[in-house]
Design a protein around this ligand. Structure first.
Ligand code: UDP
Length: 412
């Protein structure tokens, strides 16, 4: 029988608790599951905070390696101890196949470790599978970055539906903003279960900025583009694949060709669809298609951008802290706070609009040339601490209590 006993959380499955167990010196176990680079970036601050209290809380860190190559440098950068690596990545894997593989891989880990809380982040297939597996074992779930909504279940795909499903499964919802909280409440989530914490990406970004690293890879690109207006591009979302992505990349190429003082730098996502589409940018002296960058390098590059063009979620949250203008290469956004802060413009689904917005940004008096200090609507760099304190509180960690858990209604 596990030594870790907790109070039964409001929405947990009653079968979670084994026969009456007595808690004297509680040291609950929190299992964190992640598999992609944004999950590592955004969960690192929570793991670090939890691990400051080794006698109060036990951590188990599970990497699914949904994106193996992309994930590894981030795990190393943030010094995340990986207790289990599920190595789930396969080439061209569809979300449904990944989900079913992850459910069977997570099953024995959950049985062996019997955590008191499973933490997932955001909207990936790893996050959905982690939440679903935990639910099936009657384990309470904490959802970091809860309550983001684009309003369209097919865009972004499958992220929008993943995050909605995780909301249904989760016990504790860590919302980055008050807007995210409002979305959860509008869907009927109990307000006692929602905690507005800010987004942990701001913690990670600030910690990287404080290091002030100057990486040779980026220095080379910065030297090669010195004196030019640098457009930094990232695009990799499934809903951009195909004609949309090819047309957007052609628009960007034409923009560079039309303006002798503009350079384009594109760290290309390793997804073969993106790599193939990126070939339209080949053979131009002011266009640099490069390997994906480590976080320190990428942040250094973003800081030196004249304009960012991106369909990434995390980049929308980073642009306000960096004070760099951003064109959001998406039809909609679940992060309208970036647009409201004045840092970002939504391109929408049309390459013509991208062309117009690029030209508008290029004008001397444009909004893009006037962005100054912006306070980041997504957080203040303290989100990891807030989330870990809430976790300690809800798990009653470190408190001398005596809890008799409910009898099991079901066996595992
Ligand atoms: N990023 C990075 N190197 C790159 C491109 C992106 O470190 O070459 C970072 C970026 O700063 C952001 C995160 O990766 O924090 C975003 O990841 P991604 O776009 O894969 O996922 P999303 O945020 O869209 O879920």
């Amino acid at each position: 029988m596990s030594a870790n006993v907790i109070t039964v959380p409001p929405r947990s499955w009653p079968g979670r608790s084994l026969l009456a167990r007595r808690m004297t010196v509680p040291c609950p176990k929190v299992m964190t599951i992640f598999g992609t680079r944004p999950e590592a970036i955004k969960l690192a601050p929570v793991i670090q905070e939890l691990e400051k209290r080794p006698f109060t809380i036990q951590t188990i860190n599970v990497a699914t390696s949904q994106h193996e190559e992309l994930l590894r440098p981030f795990v190393e950068l943030f010094n995340i101890r990986v207790d289990y690596d599920l190595r789930a990545m396969r080439r061209n894997q569809t979300p449904d196949r990944l989900c079913s593989r992850l459910l069977s891989l997570l099953n024995p880990v959950l049985i062996k470790e019997d955590p008191d809380l499973v933490l997932v982040q955001g909207d990936t297939t790893t996050a959905l599978s982690g939440a679903l597996a935990a639910y099936q074992h009657g384990i309470p779930i904490g959802h970091v970055e809860a309550g983001l909504r684009s309003g369209n279940t097919w865009s972004p795909y499958p992220e929008e539906i993943n995050r909605r499903l995780i909301t249904q499964l989760a016990t504790y919802h860590f919302a980055a903003t008050t807007l995210n909280r409002a979305s959860l409440l509008a869907e009927g989530v109990d307000e006692q279960a929602v905690f507005v914490t800010g987004n942990t990406v701001v913690d990670s970004l600030k910690s990287i900025l404080a290091r002030g690293t100057h990486a040779p890879t980026v220095e080379r690109i910065l030297n090669a583009t010195s004196g030019l207006k640098r457009v930094v591009l990232t695009t990799h979302r499934r809903e951009s694949f195909g004609q949309m992505m090819s047309e957007n990349l052609s628009v960007l190429r034409h923009f560079v060709e039309a303006h002798a003082d503009v350079a384009l730098i594109f760290p290309v996502h390793p997804n073969p669809v993106v790599v193939e589409a990126a070939s339209v940018l080949n053979d131009h002296p002011r266009i640099h298609t490069i390997e994906p960058l480590g976080y320190e390098e990428f942040i250094q590059l973003l800081s030196e951008a004249w304009l960012i063009v991106s369909d990434s979620g995390g980049v929308q949250e980073e642009a306000p802290t960096l004070g760099r203008p951003l064109l959001v290469l998406r039809e909609n956004t679940e992060r309208p706070e970036a647009v409201a802060s004045g840092v970002a413009r939504l391109v929408g689904g049309s390459p013509e609009r991208l062309a117009n917005l690029l030209e508008e940004a290029y004008r001397e008096d444009s909004w893009a040339n006037r962005i100054g200090e912006v306070s980041n609507p997504f957080g203040d760099g303290q989100s990891g601490r807030r989330i870990s304190e809430t976790i300690l509180e809800v798990l009653g960690a470190g408190k001398e209590t005596s809890v008799v858990a409910a009898s099991a209604l079901f066996s595992r």
